[in-house]
Write a protein that binds this ligand. Structure first.
Ligand code: UDP
Length: 458
């Protein structure tokens, strides 16, 4: 019997590459040959920051941008992907198909790269889409035709007909705010338009997917899974609850600071504020300094991830005297082993931008949240945390859009003083862990997918 050979294609951003890689490890452990396709740009970053793994074959193709182009410009990146990367992918699969020993049997694309399902169709591969974001975010992206039909958004660019309008897909599902939809979050309306077209294209290609998989679990998003109500929709998460971090060596674009663990070991249980904004969020100078002052004001130990590019291109200094706190009250790192950090008993709470990976990682470890969202799905994830699961609080911006040092201190105090918050966080953790355990619903869904993709070779 020939081994199944899966091609996996993530959207080229840390928060997408990482969960797809987790899925790849899971599939490899079920006997699949895995070819993981990164962009040349990210492939080089990955190799420079981490150890090369053995169970996955990593390859790369061009993303269609020039070396000097700004890949943080997501709209331009998306344009290049669906125009040029598509051709490189087609060429790659055609070559693989010719060599019997390399012939792939199935394809799994990030839903943010759903255009690639057209390529899979053309080259005779069975297709699956994987959503690294929540099922609710996935559903709001797929709701474009529905929103146009009801006159809520404009057909040509997806802009809201009435700014700020909210819309409820079905009872129990949090309201969608038209201003926070993924394609409406750029300052430049041309970019919004490009993103909208990108999503419309992806929506069309989604028809080729035999399955859609989610890094989520039933209890986390009951209402939306009941609404989707299809055997094609498979929640298989949280992926991270399954793995010990030791086997996930090769998934980071930045080198992890390994001193976090020993520093956390020295702190009391339930005492540390962990602060991290994922891989993309940029803080302006005022907010960056105010956050530093807020952490100081809490008087509590903190572990703060300051990515080298967190304030954009130019490094911004910390407030005067703040460096004295480092080593005494707190620790600053450029990139943490976040999963390990969130699993540490010293953690009291997580100040987060509410990216879905960070959200699932904290849920898997029963850590309560302080929500500080910026764009895309982060606002919707905040609604889940604060209003559905009730295991976190919102940081509120003042009239100038600033989260003040007093707000930081007060919300930290309110959160850590609320026993109910921690209890609910632990209850959700239990459900998350159960779902990926033997016999759990996410575990069973993953097996459904594996068995379906192996069927070809019987
Ligand atoms: N992350 C990490 N170390 C850090 C900060 C973040 O390993 O210091 C990881 C985090 O564990 C998560 C990912 O980066 O898996 C960020 O993904 P998320 O969806 O939360 O946010 P995005 O980067 O997509 O905005």
């Amino acid at each position: 019997m020939r081994r199944s050979h899966a091609l996996l294609l993530p959207f080229p951003a840390q928060g997408h590459v990482f969960p797809l890689m987790e899925l790849a490890y899971n599939m490899a452990s079920q006997g699949f040959i895995i070819t993981f396709i990164n962009t040349d740009f990210n492939h080089a970053r990955l190799l420079s920051s981490t150890t090369t793994p053995s169970s996955i074959n990593f390859i790369s193709i061009p993303d269609g941008m020039q070396p000097e182009d700004d890949r943080n410009n997501i709209a331009k990146l998306c344009q290049a992907l669906m125009t040029f990367m598509l051709l490189h992918l087609l060429e790659l699969i055609n070559i693989m198909n010719i060599q019997e020993s390399h012939k792939p049997t199935c394809f799994n694309a990030d839903e943010g790269m759903a255009w690639a399902l057209d390529v899979a169709k053309k080259t005779g591969l069975r297709s699956t889409a994987f959503s690294p974001a929540s099922a609710n975010t996935f559903t709001s992206l797929r709701s474009v035709p529905y929103l146009i039909e009801r006159g809520i958004i404009n057909e040509h660019d997806g802009s809201a007909k009435k700014p700020g309008q909210v819309f409820i897909l079905s009872p129990g599902i949090p309201p969608m705010n038209m201003d926070n939809l993924a394609w409406n979050c750029f300052l430049d309306s041309e970019y919004n338009k490009i993103m909208f077209q990108y999503i419309v294209n992806n929506n069309k290609a989604m028809k080729h997917a035999e399955f859609v998989m989610f890094n989520s679990f039933y209890e986390a998003e009951k209402a939306i899974f009941d609404y989707l109500n299809s055997s094609k929709m498979l929640y298989i998460g949280p992926l991270l609850a399954k793995h010990s971090s030791s086997i996930c060596l090769s998934r980071r674009f930045w080198a992890e600071d390994k001193t976090c663990k020993s520093w956390l070991d020295e702190q009391s249980d339930n005492s540390v504020i962990y602060v991290a904004f994922g891989s993309l969020v940029i803080l302006d100078e005022r907010q960056f300094q105010e956050l530093a002052l807020g952490l100081e004001l809490t008087g509590r130990p903190f572990l703060w991830v300051i990515r080298p590019d967190i304030t954009g291109k130019d490094a911004i200094p910390l407030p005067e005297g703040f460096s004295d706190l480092i080593g005494d009250q707190g620790k600053v790192v450029e990139w943490s082993p976040q999963q390990e950090v969130l699993a540490h008993p010293a953690l009291a709470c997580f100040i987060t931008h509410c990216g879905w990976n960070s959200t699932m990682e904290a849920v898997s470890n029963g850590v309560p949240f302080l929500c500080w969202p910026y764009f895309a799905d982060q606002h919707l994830n905040q609604i889940y945390i604060c209003d559905v699961w009730k295991n976190g609080l919102k940081m509120v911006r003042d009239e100038n859009g600033l989260i003040t040092k007093e707000e930081i201190r007060d919300k930290v105090e309110e959160l850590v003083g609320d026993e109910g918050m921690k209890k609910r966080a632990l209850a959700l953790k239990e459900m998350a862990v159960k779902s990926v355990d033997n016999g759990g619903s996410s575990f069973e869904n993953f097996n459904t997918y594996i068995n379906a993709m192996k069927d070809d070779n019987l």
